[in-house]
Design a protein around this ligand. Structure first.
Ligand code: GLC
Ligand code: CA
Length: 555
């Protein structure tokens, strides 16, 4: 297997709006990030993935970009960005940018021009179609954020495609001018010295020419067969690789919802010349009761089956990302662990162990290193996220699911769970801002915060710090081959990793009661690399505490 710095790295995702506010307007910003670089250095991460900081009207918090070469006013200036990049580099931290090029904002100059007439230079930068008639869109596709995926535009009496909100029109990648504009813009950022890109919904950039109705699920038809992993997606990524990516020592990760292991080998194959790794969602999708909404946990055997398959099938062929959460997912500890006070800390450490010992590049989403939890949402007014707000409208207000049934599902999975401010200390607003935060702070900040945890060597923070350090010390953690143990257990997630003459045993309890585990003979003389209980693993048969996790190592 080829070695690469981005296989050995640990990535930390920053959602700038919620990270750290420097000027008291209640909104996180770039100077705020700069003020916390030493914290990140101390944690030991290698790369920051910066969620969008570009100019944006914020219909979808920066994922709707109106200027790719300017910084959002609320976040600071391009000078601030340059300072951030320089100061991160001084500390040996790389920065990868979120690249959102499936769509722009409807306030981008290309779209402003595009909508003006049926035959201007920019018309074909987007996807315009005639309606079936004046009241009916070209087909039945629904958008990811609710409603039709088509928006009627009076100026020219035609519809444009938006797979996300109506303020996020999809770009037409079949137009070579669009590709050139995007590649030039990427080159401009690379020349500035950034270290790579996380590519937003990159698997959706190529659409089929024919746009028939999709199978209906609920009110609208499914666009996926026509827009996800579309006909030219690999061709366009290879072109991007040739014209931009291959010229720099950067890393790339493609957000590829719905990708199979087979397709991942193409997107992120060792020698396919597209991307370095995929960011796939199989283990965090498919659990929904109403669309994606649910209040239930996936059974452990299902979760293990999915993660094991990715471990095995990509081995030596392609590279994957490892994550439990990000800015679009609920908090890991609430979803996969146990956020009741007596288990929050130990289960956060267990999840970290389980994930960081797998093969792939681990991603830590801001606050995860503190074991931050879901927010106790009580009513829809507390949401700021367009997806959550629209889902409530569509399923409850206009739909047929009662509030009492739908609410727990929405509150459990809302993206806003991940977007409450990082809890820095136990002062007002968790030290995130001196003003009024744009979204409420989780009330548990008095006990869960960075100040308390950096001071406490037994904290979740220090546990993550240790996991990151272990990765630098033991090549088996990065390059070892995975083998699953106890596949039928609904309580334990156990596996081994093997690399040359090194071997790891990883055992994680996913349940709130004690369990028995027998250590395989070959590990009887092994040493313990990390444990979240302090237990010693000298006897073959051990009783594991609720959410206990440990890693044994032998040479
Ligand atoms: C990606 C982003 C998400 C955004 C969507 C549209 O899934 O992670 O936050 O809403 O794309 O850009
Ligand atoms: Ca601010």
């Amino acid at each position: 297997m080829n070695k690469a710095w981005w296989k050995e790295a640990v990535i930390y995702q920053i959602y700038p709006r919620s990270f750290m506010d420097s000027n008291g307007d209640g909104i996180g910003d770039i100077p705020g990030i700069i003020s916390r670089l030493d914290y990140l250095k101390y944690l030991g991460i290698d790369v920051i993935w910066l969620s969008p900081v570009y100019r944006s009207p914020n219909d979808d918090n920066g994922y709707d970009i109106s200027d790719y070469q300017a910084i959002m006013d609320e976040f600071g200036t391009m000078e601030d960005f340059d300072t951030l990049l320089a100061k991160a580099h001084e500390r040996g931290i790389r920065i990868i940018m979120d690249l959102v090029v499936n769509h722009t904002s409807d306030e981008h100059k290309w779209f402003i021009e595009s909508r003006k007439s049926g035959n201007n230079k920019f018309r074909d930068y987007y996807i315009w179609r005639e309606g079936r008639d004046a009241q009916t869109p070209p087909n039945n596709w629904g958008s990811c954020f609710g409603g039709s995926a088509w928006q009627y535009d009076e100026e020219t009496s035609m519809y444009y495609l938006h797979l996300f909100s109506r303020k996020q029109p999809d770009l037409n990648w079949d137009n070579p001018d669009v590709r050139k504009e995007i590649f030039d813009m990427m080159t401009w950022w690379c020349d500035k010295g950034i270290d790579g890109f996380r590519m937003d919904v990159i698997s959706m950039i190529s659409k089929t020419g024919e746009m028939p109705d999709g199978e209906t699920t609920g009110l609208y038809g499914d666009f996926s067969p026509f827009c996800v992993h579309g006909p030219n997606v690999h061709k366009y990524l290879q072109e991007m690789n040739e014209k931009v990516l291959s010229k720099y020592d950067i890393m790339t990760v493609g957000e590829t919802s719905g990708v199979t292991t087979e397709l991942a080998k193409q997107y992120a194959g060792e020698d396919t010349h597209e991307l370095n790794m995929v960011f796939q969602f199989e283990h965090v999708e498919g659990d929904g009761k109403y669309g994606k909404w649910t209040d239930e946990k996936m059974p452990l055997t299902t979760l293990k089956k999915i993660l094991s398959r990715w471990q095995i099938e990509l081995y030596d062929k392609a590279w994957n990302s490892l994550f439990w959460d990000n800015h679009d997912q609920p908090r890991a500890v609430s979803r996969f662990g146990d956020d009741r006070p007596q288990y929050q800390e130990i289960s956060a450490k267990m999840l970290a162990t389980c994930l960081h010992m797998l093969q792939g590049t681990p991603y830590i989403y801001q606050g995860e290193e503190l074991g931050m939890t879901n927010y106790p949402f009580q009513n829809p007014d507390e949401f700021r996220d367009i997806e959550s707000i629209n889902a409530y409208e569509e399923w409850c207000v206009n739909g047929t699911v009662s509030h009492d049934v739908f609410w727990p599902c929405l509150a459990f999975k809302s993206r806003d769970n991940a977007r409450t401010p990082v809890q820095w200390n136990d002062s007002a607003h968790a030290g995130f801002t001196t003003g009024t935060p744009w979204i409420a702070v989780n009330p548990n900040y008095k006990t869960i915060n960075a100040k308390a945890q950096t001071a406490n060597p037994d904290s979740v923070f220090h546990y993550y710090k240790k996991l990151i350090a272990l990765r630098k010390q033991y090549p088996v953690i990065v390059y070892g081959k995975y083998e699953a143990l106890l596949e039928d257990s609904e309580e334990l997630f156990a596996y081994t990793r093997t690399y040359e003459n090194e071997k790891l045993l990883v055992v994680c309890s996913f349940c709130d009661h004690e369990t028995i585990f027998t250590i395989p003979d070959e590990f009887s003389e092994a040493s313990c690399l990390i444990t979240n209980t302090g237990q010693e693993y000298n006897n073959p048969t051990i009783t594991l505490a609720p959410y206990e996790a440990f890693v044994l190592y032998k040479k």
